[in-house]
Design a protein around this ligand. Structure first.
Ligand SMILES: Nc1nc2c(c(=O)[nH]1)N[C@H]1C(S)=C(S)[C@@H](COP(=O)(O)OP(=O)(O)OC[C@H]3O[C@@H](n4cnc5c(=O)[nH]c(N)nc54)[C@H](O)[C@@H]3O)O[C@H]1N2
Ligand SMILES: Nc1nc2c(c(=O)[nH]1)N[C@H]1C(S)=C(S)[C@@H](COP(=O)(O)OP(=O)(O)OC[C@H]3O[C@@H](n4cnc5c(=O)[nH]c(N)nc54)[C@H](O)[C@@H]3O)O[C@H]1N2
Ligand code: SF4
Ligand SMILES: [Mo]
Length: 699
């Protein structure tokens, strides 16, 4: 018998700039039987990455949580009994009520979430309303992107952005701290289209990543020194007179001040010493970048990503790099200049979804990077007595893992985890709640890597008793007697209001696209075809110009000009620490994982292989480490084991291990985050996962 299949248009929910359109085929029994990339989506072009191509394995995995659980064993062991939703909601509401009424007050409750899903409703809507209304502690969601966000804001007043699809017209493309081939594969395809038309692809990365390996030129910079390189490039440009004076004079403030600093403080020889690059490499890069029109026949684009931000000076590095397109005038062209994130091109009414007006005055904010400190009572304000985790797996992804875990072990801490799987974090929960996958709920998506809006239509019924985030907060709000009008709103209506469709937006924000249209497929934002937001300056900064000099920063008591800020754990500036722990370790995710997501799937772990440590021949020899030997990687914070690979993918002084494994799938119960620190970036309070000195010994 021929099966009757219906097709449903969905959106990949993962924290990835590509935000792919997916087409799901569902059989007459309501089971999804096929999932593929949407051929009609202009950015997806019919293909999904390897991780999500097998998404149905995740949806129908035998380990999916299908009903609520209550802990019966010790914390961390993962022993639970089945309970009903009624019992689970009652217990959570009772505990929240009693904590809120205690001497500690509602701020002793901490929501903890990040980007397990990027859907606007499931990422942050009724959850935020609920915790705001409760008066819980606020969470500053800094673990990924705030260093660069604030760095961009200082210089540009918004994110560095352009139309990614127009990048086919660029002729010099710089992947700067971006493993584009892996983390942004659909843009990598665009880079290659540009290359066919004559573009040169360059990658600046201390690690010979898959992107660096496949680029025309790999520039192996020393970790955490990108600002110095950018300042060195400015030095060469001014020395040679290659700058676009018209753009600089018309659209920037602080040209004179920055010029004085750059010419006096960042001569190429000094930059060479800081970055570990040769004078020739720096000169050549400055020449090619600044003269791409003459040499390659088109403008240059810097595809900035997050790698360079995860260092002490990461905010300033981004602030400095995004000054460069003003020197070349590349902002004049669509698809050129610099690209970090297109998220700010979207005018969703987020305040409608999250209702910040409900936050009681004086509520404290906890930086999520400091979860270890929060759980150990080391931050100002009341102790954290309850932790509600969703869209995140802090036991695996947070820095200073040993202290996060000892915090989660606290007997007086009440922990709820809402997830699709029994993650490492769920092992420490008092109550575990089952979450729906993207196929089982509706959502609406913007993107941070393209310019389309699309609805994720629900394809199948929730598996078992799993529930979407919004539904759980409706139930909790009801159990806690919160005003029903805040929560008696369907997901459809939430999406409609967030689009500003009804004209009811309090902020006046509106996307200018109807919900109905987004349900049928991707809809491009209402932007001109050759969109180049800064072609005529018009930067949304206080001065309306590109702020090479920032009066705001000066007022805040910080350096108003770009500068190089060394990493917290830098062998050049912290020789005593480096004597003990001489190696700078980078810990990006394995290509087949998405941070810690997928690490519980056999196919993803098979593709990731073993936990490895890439080390230079010189560093291996010094330590008596043979290729393929097991090693211990450690510092004062913690230790984990990995298999050594002696390779030319790193320079002496740098090692790389790919994450982010779940403890339960390792032989030593630890991942690389046992060694990473909770120190924050200079701007934006971001995480410094790659600013991490370690030592390695045979084990
Ligand atoms: N397959 C896959 N795709 C992903 C993710 C995933 O886990 N897996 N994660 C998603 C998420 S949440 C994010 S935020 C993005 C991240 O996207 P990317 O920023 O591209 O990813 P990373 O691998 O963290 O970092 C990029 C590169 O920066 C390099 N790097 C480290 N330190 C420095 C430095 O000091 N200077 C320079 N120039 N380079 C440095 C690293 O070696 C790495 O190769 O990717 C998204 N896409
Ligand atoms: N050492 C090191 N650490 C890192 C990084 C690194 O490069 N190196 N990368 C950092 C970065 S860039 C990021 S963004 C963070 C990411 O940190 P997290 O946001 O914690 O990311 P994931 O590990 O993907 O975990 C997301 C969890 O959300 C769950 N989830 C998915 N959809 C839903 C849903 O609809 N509802 C609920 N309730 N749950 C859902 C998933 O099953 C998964 O367990 O990690 C950071 N940690
Ligand atoms: S490339 Fe990114 S958006 Fe596309 S399917 Fe993979 S994870 Fe999802
Ligand atoms: Mo991220």
């Amino acid at each position: 018998m021929r099966r009757e299949l219906t097709t449903v248009k969905a959106v990949c929910p993962h924290d990835c700039p590509d935000t792919c359109g997916m087409v799901v085929s569902v059989d007459s029994a309501g089971r999804a039987v096929e999932l593929r990339g949407d051929k009609d989506h202009p950015f997806t072009r019919g293909f999904l990455c390897q991780k999500v191509a097998s998404y149905l394995d995740r949806v129908y995995h035998a380990d999916r949580l299908t009903h609520p659980l209550r802990r019966v064993g010790k914390k961390g062991v993962g022993k639970f009994e089945r309970i009903s939703w009624d019992a689970a909601i009652r217990e959570i509401a009772d505990r929240f009520k009693s904590i809120a009424a205690s001497e500690h007050g509602p701020q002793a409750i901490l929501p903890y979430s990040y980007a397990g899903t990027m859907g606007k409703l499931m990422y942050g809507s009724l959850d935020r309303r609920f915790f705001h209304r409760l008066g819980a502690s606020l969470l500053d969601r800094t673990i990924c992107a705030t260093a660069g966000a604030v760095g961009c804001d200082v210089t540009l007043g918004t994110r560095a952005m352009t139309d990614p699809e127009a990048a086919v017209n660029s002729r010099y493309i710089v992947n700067w701290g971006s493993n584009t081939a892996v983390t942004n594969t659909h843009f990598w395809r665009i880079e290659h289209e540009a290359r066919k038309r004559g573009a040169r692809i360059v990658t600046i990365d201390p690690y010979k990543s898959p992107t660096a390996a496949k680029s025309d030129w790999w520039i192996p910079i020393r970790p955490g020194t990108d600002a110095a390189l950018a300042l060195g490039v400015m030095h060469v440009i001014w020395r040679e007179g290659w700058q676009d004076d018209a753009y600089l004079n018309d659209h920037c403030v602080g040209v004179k001040e920055l010029r004085e600093r750059v010419m006096n403080e960042y001569p190429v020889l000094r930059v060479s010493h800081i970055t570990g690059l040769s004078v020739e490499e720096i000169e050549k890069f400055a020449n090619e970048y600044a003269r791409s029109q003459e040499l390659f026949g088109g403008p240059a684009l810097i595809r900035l990503n997050y790698g360079l931000q995860r260092h002490g000076g990461g905010g300033m590095a981004v602030r400095t790099i995004v000054c460069l397109p003003a020197f070349t005038g590349d902002w004049r062209h669509s698809g050129a200049g610099a690209l970090l994130s297109t998220s700010k091109a979207y005018a969703f009414d987020d305040t409608y979804l999250t209702r910040p007006d409900l936050i009681p005055r004086g509520t404290r904010t906890i930086n999520m990077v400091q979860l270890a400190e929060a759980l150990h009572g080391e931050l100002p304000g009341p102790p954290v007595k309850a932790l509600y985790v969703y869209n995140s797996n802090p036991a695996a992804v947070n820095p200073d893992q040993s202290r996060v875990l000892s915090g989660l072990m606290r007997e007086d801490l009440f922990t709820v985890v809402h997830d699709l799987f029994q993650t490492d974090s769920a092992d420490y929960a008092d109550i575990v709640l089952p979450a729906t996958s993207q196929l089982e709920h509706f959502d609406i998506h913007s993107s941070y890597g393209h310019l389309y809006v699309q609805s994720n239509n629900q394809a199948i019924a929730p598996l078992g008793e799993s529930k979407p985030n919004t539904e759980v907060f409706r139930l909790l709000a009801k159990a806690m007697d919160i005003e029903p009008e805040l929560f008696d709103i369907s997901d459809d209506e939430l999406a409609r209001m967030s689009l500003g469709e009804t004209g009811a937006s309090a902020t006046g924000a509106h996307v200018g696209i109807t919900l109905e249209a987004t349900k049928a497929g991707p809809v491009r934002l209402n932007l001109p075809a050759n969109w180049a937001p800064f072609a005529e300056g018009k930067f949304p900064t206080p001065s309306g110009k590109c702020e090479l000099y920032s009066a705001r920063e000066a007022r805040a008591g910080r350096d108003p000009l770009p500068h190089y800020a060394p990493p917290h754990e830098d062998p050049q500036t912290k020789p005593e620490l480096a004597a003990k722990y001489p190696l700078q370790m980078l810990t990006p995710p394995a290509p087949s994982f998405l941070n810690s997501t997928f690490a519980n799937l056999d196919v993803a772990r098979k593709n990731a292989g073993e936990r490895t440590l890439e080390i230079s021949a010189q560093d291996a020899e010094k330590r008596g480490i043979a290729d393929g030997a097991m090693v211990s990687v450690f510092n004062d914070r913690g230790r984990f084991r990995a298999r050594a690979i002696i390779a030319d993918t790193v320079k002496p002084g740098v090692v790389v291990t790919l994450g982010l494994w779940w403890r339960k799938w390792t032989d030593d119960g630890a991942n690389c985050n046992t060694t990473t620190s909770t120190a924050m970036t200079d701007l934006g309070g971001g995480a410094t996962f790659f600013d991490n000195l370690v030592e390695v010994t045979p084990s």
